[in-house]
Write a protein that binds this ligand. Structure first.
Ligand code: TRP
Length: 362
């Protein structure tokens, strides 16, 4: 059996550097590793609609933004299949059958759903589609028989739910579905990049994100305005490294060669941290270093985006081709699922003949 990647994002906004270190960068490395037979990257518009029913235009507008973010990060449509979830009707059919394998109380216990319900003030009025999206996500993953799902930490409960559905399905019917493994970033700082304001998470509504599509100037401005240690007032004051977003970003992005190039007073990040803790190293200096490091990483992404932006219809064509290819794969899985569930009546001539006999022998 092959090794297959599936992962995706909700198109509710442009992607930011938290998405990048948390998952996008890894996807590109995996794609280029040559170790995977297929890489499917899904723009999960149907999932985005589960909590944006009244704002379909937002989802529609952001499909192209996410597609451009993917392509500019180096996802290569010649290797990876980029698809739009809603264009694969088989996913709905799979979800419908999986719904019978999951209890309401199990969904209520899902930590991601729980916290999302809180964040959206949905407590009294949870849309059914939103409540059941872990099931639809299991369909996304299993339709492609994904073995590997590179995601951020917040998605682990979704993977757990998927595994449970796979086990139940295979036990009740037949060994059709594949149990996926998650793949988390191995650099701790990449698990969850805080916002530029020091808040735990980057979020559009908090206005604390650095977007992949931000210009060089916008990026620099955001970095120079970043929250640091509020008690580090004078340069000579000792500064706090832990929880300081500037250092977390450096943990996520700085590479050994960056020091010689942009910060040659130091050999590595530990030396910088040490000096900052001791006192005598100003925020502006570190922010300038961070800016150099980030710009180096983001410049090629921006350049590629510019190229793709010149031919938007071609980007939609990539998504169309990818969705068509993905649909063929999902259709194959669905047909195996229906066979295992014995709801493939018209394919099963032996069954029809047996039924016929039952009536003629009466
Ligand atoms: N739930 C994911 C997110 O919010 C998006 C997603 C949809 C996804 N389907 C998926 C991720 C399948 C991995 C696999 O970012």
């Amino acid at each position: 059996m092959g090794k297959i990647i599936l992962t995706g994002d909700r198109p509710t906004g442009r992607l930011h550097i938290g998405h990048y270190v948390g998952s996008l960068k890894r996807r590109v490395e995996l794609q280029n590793s040559g170790e995977y037979d297929e890489t499917f990257i899904m723009i999960a518009d149907a999932q985005a609609l589960t909590d944006n029913a009244d704002n379909p235009e937002k989802v529609r507008q952001n499909i192209i933004e996410v597609a451009l973010d993917y392509l500019s990060c180096g996802l290569d449509p010649k290797i990876s299949t980029l698809l739009i979830q809603s264009q694969i009707p088989e996913l709905c059919e799979l979800s419908f059958y999986y719904m019978n394998l999951v209890t309401v109380s199990r969904l209520q216990r899902n930590p991601t759903v729980k916290s999302e319900i809180q964040m959206r003030n949905f407590e009294a009025s949870i849309p059914v589609g939103f409540f059941t999206y872990p099931i639809s996500q299991a369909a996304d993953i299993t339709a492609f028989k994904a073995t590997t799902v590179p995601v951020g930490e917040d998605q682990l409960p979704m993977l757990e739910q998927t595994k449970e559905i796979v086990r139940r399905f295979n036990m009740i019917y037949d060994e059709v579905l594949v149990e996926p493994d998650s793949l988390l970033p191995d650099n701790k700082a990449c698990l969850r990049l805080p916002g530029t304001d020091g808040k735990a998470k980057m979020s559009k509504s908090l206005n604390n994100c650095i977007y992949l599509s931000d210009t060089e100037e916008e990026t620099k401005k955001k970095i120079m305005n970043m929250y640091t240690d509020p008690n580090h007032i004078r340069v000579d004051d000792p500064g706090q490294v832990e929880g300081n977003p500037v250092f977390i970003y450096l943990d996520a992005f700085a590479k050994p060669e960056h020091f010689a190039e942009y910060f040659s007073d130091y050999q590595n990040l530990s030396e910088v941290k040490e000096h900052y803790s001791r006192g005598g190293l100003g925020d502006v200096k570190i922010k300038k270093f961070l800016n150099n490091v980030l710009q180096e990483e983001l410049a090629p992404i921006r350049a590629r985006r510019k190229e793709y932006e010149k031919d938007i219809p071609a980007v939609y064509e990539i998504l169309k081709k990818g969705s068509e290819k993905a649909e063929a794969v999902a259709a194959q899985t669905l047909s195996e699922v229906k066979r295992a569930m014995k709801i493939n009546y018209f394919e099963d001539m032996t069954f029809i003949h047996e039924q016929a006999k039952k009536f003629t022998q009466k």
